[in-house]
Design a protein around this ligand. Structure first.
Ligand code: MSP
Length: 597
């Protein structure tokens, strides 16, 4: 049962008032958060009068060129952004680059460039990749921008003024590669490539070093129970569930205060601590604030900030699900609505790394597989809950089977001049395909219609929970069923001079075109170019492609179909050209060997 609109509106106003109210202490912030969450739960979770949506990717480190994993984070966010637009939301989508910190400082030094020039070069490479892959961001943030410096300094000052930052000293392990502080339990022994014994982070495998420094500490420990309460009151705040449980477990352990600055003498490439030029703000505090900067912080930011959703890889979960909410609670700001976590891509079962020579270049692959091919593969094979292994062969086989043969083949059949000489959205004949059995359609055909009718709801549910692979699996199963329908009735064998056969033929094509229209509409967030080509060929206008317009096969319910009788759009070639078996894996292995030599 839906909550009456009046109650929803009142609750939304109450949530908004609470979110706007001035922050007093961590305790009142907790109360406020709990109240908001109670109101949210009592008002069908989200405010129905609020059609804003804000989605972010992590901002990418510029110490190296983009790889497949980076594109994956961006494609997931892009898919959700496009999906929200199709639902009629006013969606904003931010991505960008994380340009400060020791790691970047060292990479610039190694490249013999001044840090800003170095950052600009690599940031442009990310931008180029995203533009090439149709990542439709609405804001591209760089942490070296003035607007971001202002936001970070303001945020720091708010925490400082509330007494949540104090001068202290840190002694412990630090991983420059992860820009992360580690406890003794998170560190293990290893041997580097030259045979030296080193200490590494057990989680990332990256080298750690002992450091002892005077710096500023954030009272993270004060927020442990508030974070637990937040999560317990919002079980869908971190998805999938597996990662929610991981965070709950972390919060049951000790949560020491966090060092949030480095000595300027060690780290020059960063934002100085306001009022203390000897210290530089910790790169993760700096980086996380990017989400607020884009929302307009410290000026008018509520509209976006109240509806923020983050996409993050599993390796940066703690920063987003523990440190970030604690900083936000401290600053008296609402917490993100959802943190969607994804797992990683491996190659040959191993982490991608330059030293192993197994880094997959997403730009090169999207040239081989096309942009949509690359997007489809990543989202169809990428599983949020567990790592996925990349091989070119897998991509090649999947794309040929599902995009070229199955979907492309279906469109070809329904639009081929041999079967559809008038090139129209043919008429549906209710006598041939009545709403109940009795015409020429058989039981399996009705099962197919049922599956396609339910498909939009199934797909939406999977998009909402970031299980895009499940949405694509469901679409792909329906495409197979529709191909089976056409195959079963072999319209090419029908006798066209017979009026009843001709009507049945038109009906088969009408039903198949209706199925294709649903598939094209639902696939837009994943493969925007292919969907556009498909829908244009069917004659579906841009303003008829929203999720509210799906209305599958109205004729079978005795209603008008706005597409029936329309002339099809022009033929602009095959939907997805079959990829030749280039034996890509072998070629790439050869290339890697050559590069190593
Ligand atoms: N700069 C930080 C994020 C700061 S956000 C305030 C960072 N950058 S990163 O470039 O290292 O990673 C960016 C994203 O790429 C993360 O979500 C990370 O999980 C993702 N990936 C990096 N390698 C990956 C794979 N091999 N597979 C899938 N995604 C992976 O962390």
């Amino acid at each position: 049962m839906r909550t009456p609109f009046l109650l929803v509106t009142r609750s939304c106003k109450a949530i908004h008032r609470l979110q706007q109210s001035a922050f007093v202490s961590p305790v009142s912030a907790l109360y406020r958060h709990q109240t908001i969450s109670v109101l949210r739960n009592s008002s069908t979770v989200s405010c129905e009068d609020d059609r804003s949506y804000y989605i972010t990717t992590p901002i990418f480190y510029v110490n190296a060129s983009p790889h497949l994993g980076h594109l994956y984070s961006a494609v997931i966010a892009d898919c959700l952004h496009r999906y929200k637009l199709l639902q009629g939301f006013n969606s904003k989508f931010a991505t960008g680059t994380d340009e400060h910190g020791l790691k970047i400082q060292q990479a610039a030094e190694a490249a013999g460039k001044d840090p800003l020039t170095f950052c600009t070069d690599v940031s442009e490479r990310f931008k180029h990749l995203f533009n090439s892959c149709n990542i439709s961001y609405t804001d591209y943030i760089r942490t070296t921008e003035q607007r971001h410096h202002q936001a970070v300094k303001h945020f720091w000052s708010v925490l400082w003024n509330k007494g949540l930052i104090y001068k202290g000293s840190y002694e412990g392990w630090y991983s420059t590669q992860d820009e992360s502080f580690l406890t003794a339990l998170q560190v293990g022994d290893a041997v580097d490539s030259s045979g030296n014994e080193i200490k590494v982070s057990l989680e990332s495998g990256h080298k750690v070093e002992w450091m002892k420094e005077e710096n500023y500490m954030f009272r993270l420990s004060a927020f442990r129970s508030q974070l637990l309460d937040w999560l317990k009151g919002n079980p869908r705040a971190i998805q999938p569930e597996l990662f929610y449980q991981v965070v709950l477990k972390w919060l049951q352990e000790d949560l020491p205060d966090l060092s949030v600055s480095r000595q300027r003498s060690r780290l020059q490439w960063g934002i100085p601590v306001p009022g203390d030029a000897e210290q530089t703000i910790y790169v993760w505090l700096d980086a996380l604030v990017n989400y607020l900067t884009v929302a307009g912080y410290p000026d008018k930011h509520n509209q976006l900030w109240n509806v923020a959703h983050h996409i993050v890889g599993k390796d940066i979960l703690k920063f987003h699900a523990v440190y970030w909410p604690a900083f936000l609670l401290g600053a008296g700001l609402p917490l993100p609505q959802t943190i969607y976590v994804h797992s990683h891509w491996t190659v040959g079962g191993k982490k991608m790394s330059k030293s192993l020579g197994n880094v997959v270049d997403p730009l090169e692959r999207s040239k081989q597989f096309t942009t949509d091919g690359m997007r489809y593969f990543l989202l169809r094979q990428g599983v949020p809950d567990s790592d996925s292994d990349y091989t070119d062969d897998k991509a090649f086989k999947l794309l040929n089977a599902e995009l070229a043969d199955s979907l492309g083949g279906l469109l070809n059949r329904c639009t081929a001049p041999a079967l559809n000489p008038a090139q129209v959205y043919t008429a549906f004949c209710p006598q041939s395909f009545p709403s109940e059995q009795g015409g020429r359609a058989v039981g399996e055909d009705y099962h197919m219609l049922e599956a396609v009718k339910n498909l939009p709801a199934v797909v939406e549910q999977h998009y909402e929970s970031m299980h895009v692979y499940k949405a694509l699996e469901a679409i792909s199963a329906c495409v197979r069923q529709t191909n089976g329908f056409v195959q079963r009735h072999a319209p090419w064998k029908l006798e066209r001079s017979d009026i009843t056969d001709q009507r049945w033929l038109d009906t088969i094509i009408h039903v198949s075109l209706e199925c294709l229209r649903i598939y094209g509409t639902l696939l837009q967030p994943v493969v925007p170019e292919i969907s556009d080509k498909l829908l244009s060929r069917l004659g579906v206008q841009p303003d008829e492609r929203g999720l509210a317009d799906v209305n599958f096969l109205p004729k079978i319910r005795g209603m008008d179909c706005p597409f029936e009788g329309r002339v099809l759009g022009s033929d602009t070639g095959v939907l997805f050209t079959r990829l030749e078996n280039l034996d890509i894996d072998k070629q790439n292995r050869k290339k890697t060997k050559k590069a190593k030599k």
